[in-house]
Design a protein around this ligand. Sequence first.
Ligand SMILES: Nc1ncnc2c1ncn2[C@@H]1O[C@H](COP(=O)(O)OP(=O)(O)O)[C@@H](O)[C@H]1O
Ligand SMILES: [Mg+2]
Length: 313
Amino acid sequence: MRRITDPRDFGRVAVALGGTSSEREVSLNSGANVLEALRARGIDAQPVDGIPALIEAAQARRIDRVFNVLHGHRGGGEDGVLQGALEALGVPYTGSGVLASALSMDKIRSKQVWIALGLPTPRYVRHRPGDDVRLAVNELGLPVVVKPANEGSSVGISRVFGEADLPAAVALAARYDGELLIEQLVVGGEYTVGILGDEALPSIRIVPAGEYYDYHAKYVSDDTQYLCPGLAGAAEAEIRALALAAFRTLGCSGWGRVDVMRDREGRNFLLEVNTAPGMTSHSLVPKAARAVGIDFETLCWRVLESSFRGEGA
Ligand SMILES: Nc1ncnc2c1ncn2[C@@H]1O[C@H](COP(=O)(O)OP(=O)(O)O)[C@@H](O)[C@H]1O
Ligand SMILES: [Mg+2]
C-alpha cells in the first residue's frame, strides 16, 4: 500500500456521508468524526451528503478522492453503486470495489461464497414470500434468527425461540426490501474483527447488557462491554485468520469489519462483512485500532491511503 506523508498528496477529499439508507443517521455521525480527523491532519476535506451530490462534485472536478462512510444499501454507498459511479468517473475511493461491496451487502450471497470455499457460517434457509416457515424450522431446528438479507445495524432482525413467534419475525424482516434469511442461532459469544489494509486488527468481544447486540446496544447504550482483544493465544490467531479469509474470499480490500459468532465449543461462524464500517464514538474498528496504538486520526489517514490502490501503489 502506498504510504503518504504530505496531506496535500491526498488532494481534495470528499467525505461521503448521510445518504438515503436506513443507516443515514449513523453515517452522518461517522462522517462528522472522519471529517474532523482528516482536517486535524491538514487534509483538505469536505462533507458530501449522498450519492447524487457526490457524482455532481466528481463530474465538476471539485474533488480528487472519496473517503466513503456511507453505510447500507439503496443510496447507502456500501453496496457497489457508489463504487461503480466513481469508477466510471475515475475518482479513487476508500474501501472495497464494486463486486466486493455488492457481495458483502448481500448476506445470502456472502454465505454462499463462504460455504462454497469451506468457510464456516451458520446454516440457513433463504425465505421468499409465500414460503412455509415451518419447512425452514424443520430443516434448521429452533432457535433461529430471521433477518433481511441487505440491511445493517440489526434492523429487522429477530431471534426466534418458539415456532409461534416465527410469522411476526418474518413479517418484520419483510418490511425491508430484498430477500430474507432464516439462520441457525449460534449460542455463545459475539465477536467482530476489524481489517485494515492487509491485516486483521485484534478481535473485540461484544458483551451486551441486554439480550443481544441490537440497535440500542450498538448506538445508544453505554452498558455494552467491549473486550479487546476478545480472545487469547491460538483462539485469537484463529479468529483473526478466519476474518481475513472471509474478507478476502469476498474480494474485499482497504478496510472493513467482519462479524463472527463463536459457540460454546469454540467454533467460529461468520455472519457478515461490513465494507464501510461505523466510525462513531461507539464504533468498533476505532476501538480495535486503538488497542494496537493506532489513534482515530491515524486510522482515518491509513484508510484514506488505501484509496491509492491501482494508482501506482
Ligand atoms: N446466527 C446468529 N446467531 C446469533 N446471533 C445472531 C445471528 N445472526 C445475527 N445475530 C445477532 O444479530 C446482530 C446483527 O446481525 P448481523 O448479521 O451482523 O447483521 P447487521 O449487523 O447487518 O444488522 C449480530 O450482531 C448478533 O448479535
Ligand atoms: Mg453486523
